[in-house]
Design a protein. Structure first.
Length: 151
């Protein structure tokens, strides 16, 4: 069973989002091990804060396929997103997703990513985006394994 790791800058701030996150984590755990790491937001001024956050994030990425989430990335359908996960599943490779903080992501993170994916050209708060990512990961597994969730 592969492991999905989500590395986020900052914590969830709302009880309802935390509960929703836990619900999706439980659903995903039927298909994959899941780990969420929360990196503290840097107190340094921009752009030094991005550099510090980026270095902390990179310390947690080991041998995983590194997927960076950024509005400048490639836009995929849910089926294409599932295929990215399935390809790694087929090779037994773990996947690490990275969600940056409210001021963005460092150039070092961008250059180290295996792929950069965008859910939209819009900007989303990292609290809401984490839930969107978890939902799409669950949807991807339901596509891969043919469950009824994805219609």
């Amino acid at each position: 069973m592969i492991k999905v790791k989500i590395i986020c800058v900052g914590k969830l701030h709302y009880k309802e989002l935390y509960q929703t996150s836990k619900r999706f984590e439980k659903m995903i755990s039927k298909f994959s091990k899941i780990e969420i790491l929360e990196i503290p937001e840097s107190n340094k001024n921009f752009p030094k804060n991005l550099e510090e956050e980026g270095k902390l994030i990179l310390r947690h990425i080991k041998d995983e396929f590194f997927i960076l989430l950024d509005k400048e990335g490639e836009t995929l359908t849910s089926e294409e997103f599932a295929n990215v996960i399935k390809t790694n599943l087929d090779f037994g490779k773990n996947v690490a997703f990275v969600i940056g903080g409210h001021q963005g992501i460092s150039e070092e993170l961008k250059s180290n990513a295996n792929i950069t994916i965008s859910f939209s050209k819009m900007t989303f708060g990292h609290n809401i985006f984490r839930i969107m990512l978890l939902e799409q990961i669950y949807r991807a597994f339901s596509i891969i394994f043919g469950t009824k969730y994805h219609k």
